[in-house]
Design a protein around this ligand. Structure first.
Ligand code: NAD
Length: 482
């Protein structure tokens, strides 16, 4: 059976009837056959979104009612949590408990932004007697959203929920590597009463569906989450139509560990930050900057932890699942070879694991690259796999300089018992989010998230993200005294 596109409230085949196969990375087996959106399908989806905006059912809806539909979606996601988590785990390969968290976070996005739908307010501006000047935040229109494969339901919900809260209509293009839960989200939204055309879901390739959506002259806003390289291409396409863009791109985020840090807490935090989702996380803590005095003890503990991790099929809920594809696995292998060639030492992993349960899946062992120098490629480039680059520093000045020695600036972690040191580092780090003695905050739905430097611009998550889905109209009224 083919998983159809969702356009204008209907499940449909692609206009040319083409499909693509989606693979389970745990086994390499085909998981599903999915309709492959064409340019014509994208055009139809964008037009149906415009029709929804012009309709009474969505364009004329009360903000509170918009919020209620979103709260129903949040509840429906929770009601189907186990089924969605299982599907996400099979599609993406992530351990089941991580997929369960992703589903809960997706639900939270609809809850959080559903609650905000009737609280999007403007200002009054004092111009003096005889004037009333006020601003209105209007929906920006049709939001095109292009998402990657690493957190499909979370990132899908992260963009869709604020857009709906603001009153927009959305065309969502999931990655062809992992499109399944985005389609379920589209189904759920319809079943919860979201009018047809308000959320269209159009899986397809980047080169056809992605390009068609980014260059569509009738979209009004674009949210892109993915690599820097594709992000630049997408931003240029949007620029041709003067379409504003939110760019959520890659990272090489540092965890800065001082010798006075709580070692147990740090080992736990640093391990999760790199190995969650097999390191395929934009905000992965993929650079460990450790004070020289603490290096040996910390690396020993991290290595023991990495070696003890169970790697296996996502649905068996191991500590770490497979890599998304053979291609990505080979990229990771290449980077580890490059690191070794540059002089890094393997402190754990550095190879494909073996084991009967791993079959033909795309697995790589949790890997620590020690003795990394700051300008090595493995210290500078996003590997997007379970590979931690370890670099030492001697003092706070050097720690800050190393943390900022990157083209990226998405997230940073600081680990110390000294609050003054923590505050000094956090104020000087160039990153969109800084965590102190923790890393991530359970999905961080409420916290503005986005990049400095080449990690992107614009903010997702938190009330901050509503800015991208609204446009400000200023109304100036002149009246005479009577
Ligand atoms: P990618 O850039 O290859 O693809 C992202 C999306 O863009 C996919 O849907 C893809 O089909 C589409 N696409 C590809 N080429 C296109 C084109 N020419 N025009 C329009 N669309 C196109 O990224 P990926 O491999 O799916 O994901 C990994 C990358 O995403 C990493 O760099 C990671 O850091 C980044 N990422 C960032 C965030 C964040 O919030 N900052 C979150 C997750 C992932």
């Amino acid at each position: 059976m083919v998983e159809g596109l969702i356009i204008d409230g209907q499940r449909v085949n692609a206009s040319d009837g083409q499909t693509f196969d989606v693979y389970d990375p745990s086994s390499g087996e085909v998981l599903a056959s999915v309709a492959k959106a064409t340019k014509a399908d994208i055009t139809r989806a964008v037009q149906s979104a415009h029709a929804a905006l012009a309709s009474k059912a969505w364009g004329g809806i009360l903000p509170a009612e918009r919020g209620r539909i979103m709260l129903r979606i949040a509840q429906a996601i929770r009601d189907r949590a186990e089924e969605l988590a299982m599907l996400e785990s099979r599609d993406n390969g992530k351990p089941l408990r991580q997929a369960r968290t992703d589903v809960q976070v997706a639900s939270r996005y609809f809850e959080f932004f559903g609650g905000a739908a009737d609280k999007i307010m403007g200002h009054t501006i004092p111009l003096g007697p005889g004037f009333l000047d006020y601003t209105v935040r209007e929906p920006i229109g049709v939001s095109a959203q292009i998402v990657p494969w690493n957190y499909p339901i979370q990132i899908g919900a992260r963009g869709v929920a604020p857009a709906l809260a603001a009153g927009c209509a959305v065309v969502l293009k999931p990655s062809s590597e992992a499109p399944m839960t985005a389609l379920r989200l589209g189904e759920i939204a319809l079943a919860c009463g979201l009018p047809p055309g308000v959320l269209n879901v159009v899986p397809g390739t980047g080169s056809e569906a992605g390009v068609a959506l980014a260059s569509d002259p009738d979209i009004n806003q674009l949210t892109f989450t993915g690599s820097v390289e594709v992000g630049i291409a997408v931003a240029k396409m949007a620029a041709d139509n003067v379409v504003p863009v939110v760019m959520e791109l890659g990272g090489k985020s540092p965890n800065v560990v001082f010798a006075d840090a709580d070692l147990d807490l740090t080992v736990q935090g640093v391990t999760n930050a790199i190995f969650q989702n097999a390191g395929q996380t934009c905000s992965a803590g993929s650079r460990l900057l450790v004070e020289r005095k603490a290096h040996d003890a910390l690396v020993e503990r991290l290595a023991a932890r990495a070696r003890a991790m169970r790697v296996g099929p996502g649905v068996s809920d191991p500590d770490m699942g497979p890599i998304i594809s053979k291609r990505q696995l080979e990229t990771i292998e290449r980077y580890v070879q490059i690191g070794k060639g540059e002089g890094a030492e393997i402190a754990a992993g550095g190879e494909r694991p073996s084991g009967a349960s791993l079959g033909r899946g795309f697995y790589y062992a949790p890997t620590l690259l020690d003795r990394v120098a700051p300008d090595m490629r493995v210290a500078q480039e996003e590997i997007f796999g379970p590979v931690l680059a370890i670099i030492t520093f001697d003092d706070l000045e050097e720690a800050v300089a190393l943390a900022n020695r990157s083209q990226y600036g998405l997230v940073a972690g600081v680990w110390t018992r000294d609050i003054n040191k923590a505050m000094a580092v956090s104020s000087r780090i160039k990153a969109g989010q800084v965590y102190i003695n923790t890393y991530g905050a359970g999905g961080g739905v409420e916290l503005p998230f986005g990049g400095y430097k080449k990690s992107g611009y614009g903010r997702e998550k938190g009330l901050e993200s509503l800015v991208s889905y609204t446009q400000v109209k200023n109304v100036c009224v002149k009246f005479a005294a009577v």
